[in-house]
Design a protein around this ligand. Structure first.
Ligand code: GLU
Length: 510
């Protein structure tokens, strides 16, 4: 295929927040298009008015922007095959449904909800596999296959509610050629006469999706495995609409599984299992329930992309850290697996940790500065960058920056009581006081000088490292954790260190 004809699309329905599986689908479409020199399109499939959620589209767009997944054509920037929101294309679908009716591949149906329920109830007892509107039931229902043409006409002119259903063939093997799964054969008795169009003027997903893929000249449909059961119906629609020759190639991506491998990772799993399943935080406007997002939890978009890339694809080498450009270079559908991919939250953190370690101190310092500002404090960029260099290896998620660095920007107000009980001995106060006096006489304040001072002082006092350093740490940062004490003292500066020791001693000794 000529690369300029490769066109793929990501086609989310704005029925709620985009799940990480959806972002992965968008990513693979993007990578495939960029790798092959084709185009990637964003199409919003908003035909299901009952499930429409008003803030979902902007959420989807913001999520994809955050990830750095860009589209060549989309609802905002438009393009040669727009509009790219199905609700804005509403008027064009009916003619295709009518074409199918006139060719005998679809029919009008007038059954009420009650009649449909009766049919299902009746058949549930006889043969549950038949309890659907299809080849074995349609002739006993109220539709244009069973009613006289005049009656059908009359019902249509009286604006009686109707749907247009596809007429699934009775006995046929339908073949879907899938680039990931190979040949998938489904017998038509497993399919039902799906609704394609409703009298309220809205097409269903199946019709709108096929019509738009055709009109937008989509060459490859890359989507989640949950759509594989719909693919035979889609193959039939291409055939019945006379578009079989231009039918796109299908690639159904493996499912994302829960960390234990037991079933599909669902929208509800994240906060239940302790990790986000959404790219950004999501607020349900009705229940006001908030679900966590990768962005707000402190993941870098580059790391998030790298995590998603590996959920179903691998490069076939040991290399795990890939920038977007490297992914574009390496990506191919041939290396997408067939089997479900387990989501591993620890591995996700591992990726983020590595990306944080690879950032320049100046970049990290910008992230830390925004947290410092949130705490109504000010800082200078060079100092902040030095702090970042000192603490970065303790940082996995962005909030860890502040949690490991706050004491470089403000004095401790409390002192860990448990630590104090454990380390504060009768001789401690004297030992620390003596050290502070000697430190006050230092002309050059750096970690080397401090180190020398500590060694000599401990020797002269016949004391051990921990006897002095643990109390010093408690006085200077309020706790027993943190980066190296000499480095911390060097960065804080002489005056500040001595002030903290003095204030801390007053508070601790009461
Ligand atoms: N609108 C469908 C969805 O929400 C698109 C499925 C497809 O890509 O065909 O995922």
């Amino acid at each position: 295929m000529n690369n300029s004809t490769i066109r793929v699309r990501f086609a989310p329905s704005p029925t709620g927040p985009l799940h990480i599986g959806g972002v992965r689908t968008a990513l693979y479409n993007f990578l495939f298009a960029r790798k092959t020199g084709g185009k990637v399109i964003l199409r919003i499939e908003d035909t299901d008015q009952n499930r429409y959620v008003s803030n979902a589209e902007s959420y989807i767009i913001e999520s994809l922007n955050w990830c750095g997944i860009q589209f060549d054509e989309d609802p905002i920037k438009g393009g040669p095959y727009g509009p790219y929101r199905q609700s804005e294309r509403k008027g064009l679908y009916r003619q295709y449904a009518e074409t199918l009716v006139s060719r005998g591949f679809a029919y009008y149906a007038f059954d009420s909800e009650l009649e449909l329920e009766e049919m299902r109830d009746r058949l549930k007892h006889e043969d549950p596999s038949m309890a659907q509107y299809g080849p074995f039931t349609r002739l006993s229902m109220k539709n244009s296959l069973t009613l006289l043409a005049e009656v059908v006409q009359e019902k249509l002119s009286n604006c009686e509610p109707f749907v247009i259903r596809i007429k699934i063939p009775e006995k046929e093997d339908i073949i879907v050629h899938d680039l990931i799964r190979g040949e998938v054969v489904v017998h038509s008795h497993n399919l039902d006469d799906k609704v394609l169009f409703k009298s309220d003027g809205w097409p269903t997903y199946h019709l709108a999706n096929i019509v738009d893929d055709h009109l937008m000249k989509i060459s490859h449909v890359i989507r989640g495995e949950e759509w594989l059961p719909s693919a035979p119906l889609h193959v039939l629609l291409y055939r019945y609409l006379g578009w079989e020759a231009e039918m796109p190639a299908f690639a159904h991506l493996p499912l994302l599984l829960k960390p234990d491998g037991n079933g599909k990772l669902s929208k509800r799993d994240g906060d239940r299992l302790g990790f986000p399943v959404f790219p950004l935080q999501w607020e349900d406007l009705i229940t006001r329930e908030i679900s966590s997002g990768y962005r707000e939890s402190g993941y870098l978009p580059e790391a998030f992309i790298n995590i998603l890339a590996f959920l179903g694809w691998n490069p076939g080498t040991e290399k795990e850290l890939f920038s977007m450009d490297e992914l574009i270079e390496e990506f191919s559908l041939e290396r997408v697996g067939r089997h479900g991919s387990k989501f591993d939250p620890e591995k996700a953190k591992w990726f983020n940790h590595h990306y944080i370690q690879r950032m320049a101190p100046e970049e990290l310092s910008l992230l830390l500065t925004s947290q410092i500002v949130k705490h109504c404090l000010t800082t200078d960029p060079i100092y902040t960058a030095r702090v970042c260099s000192l603490i970065r290896d303790r940082v996995t998620l962005i909030p860890d920056l502040w949690n490991n660095a706050w004491f470089f920007f403000k004095r401790p107000e409390t002192y860990n009581e448990q630590v104090k009980q454990k380390i504060w001995k009768p001789e401690t106060t004297q030992l620390v006081k003596g050290f502070a006096e000697e430190a006050g006489r230092l002309d050059v304040w750096n970690k080397e000088q401090l180190h020398g001072l500590v060694e000599n002082y401990l020797f002269s006092m016949n004391a051990k490292m921990g006897q002095l350093m643990n109390p010093l740490r408690l006085l200077i940062i309020g706790d027993n954790q943190g980066p190296g004490m000499m480095e911390t003292e060097e960065l804080l500066g002489k005056e500040e260190v001595l002030a903290r020791i003095r204030i801390g001693m007053e508070k601790i000794n009461g």
